[in-house]
Design a protein around this ligand. Structure first.
Ligand SMILES: *[C@@H]1O[C@H](CO)[C@@H](O)[C@H](O)[C@H]1NC(C)=O
Ligand SMILES: *[C@@H]1O[C@H](CO)[C@@H](O)[C@H](O)[C@H]1NC(C)=O
Length: 222
């Protein structure tokens, strides 16, 4: 009887171990998912980073039908490489009416979204963008006013109105402004110089300038 009980116990233990082995075998037969680990290596199929955030990312990626963790890492699409910086090398104004500010010097225009012909930046992708602009005044007669416009609406301005008719060579005034702005694809952003205003610039100083870049797109998978 003791012997039978012992044999039964051995059978139970073997059965349990066997089913564990089966489980492990089954688990390793599951197709490996490709993961990029924090150190950049490809994982062996086990989830190395399994936070709730990660689950959300993979759920969203599945919905959009894209690989959430492409390996090897892919370069960002051209629409994500958006950065321009332009300047004027000559003074401008006074003009009889408000005019979109033209630029003649390009520091960079990654993605080609800034049009030097028109002075207009057109957003290639919906997202959150950063813009910065500046101007200088060297005039006793005319003030300096530049506005940053989005689709026909003024968002921000720079202003210098230290007018002194008794001093024909006043100390130059400088002003700059910057903002984070949401844009939809094809939104247009440009600087406008006000009528009867001036903006001073030179080849060396490039005191009038306009810079912008994409911080992040609305849809990270576009
Ligand atoms: C603005 O002034 C320019 C001349 O500098 C002129 O050619 C243009 O027609 C004017 N535009 C408007 C809308 O008045
Ligand atoms: C503005 O910048 C110029 C140099 O470009 C400088 O000479 C001038 O003093 C500055 N103006 C003020 C008010 O700081």
């Amino acid at each position: 009887m003791e012997f039978l009980r012992a044999r039964f116990a051995v059978v139970v233990v073997l059965a349990v171990v066997g089913s564990l082995v089966l489980d492990v075998t089954r688990a390793s037969a599951v197709p490996k998912c490709r993961m990029v680990c924090d150190d950049g290596s490809n994982s062996d199929g086990r989830l190395t980073y399994d936070s709730k955030m990660d689950m959300n990312v993979r759920g969203e990626a599945r919905r959009l039908g894209v690989d959430p963790y492409p390996y090897p890492p892919q370069p960002s699409p051209p629409t994500h490489r958006v950065a321009f910086s332009v300047a004027r090398t000559t003074p401008i104004g006074p003009l009889p009416n408000d005019t979109i500010l033209p630029f003649d010097f390009m520091f960079s225009n990654a993605g080609g979204a800034f049009d030097m012909e028109t002075g207009i930046f057109t957003a290639p992708v919906s997202g959150t963008y950063f813009f910065s602009f500046r101007g200088q005044k060297r005039s006793a007669q005319y003030l300096m006013y530049l506005g940053l416009w989005r689709n026909g609406e003024e968002m921000a301005g720079v202003y210098e109105d230290n007018l002194d008719p008794l001093n024909p060579t006043p100390s130059p005034g400088n002003a700059s402004n910057n903002l984070v702005l949401h844009l939809f694809e094809r939104d247009q952003v440009y600087l406008m110089i006000s009528d009867n205003a001036i903006a001073f610039s030179t080849v060396f100083g490039k005191y009038v300038g306009f810079t912008g870049f994409l911080l992040f797109p609305d849809n990270p998978y576009v």
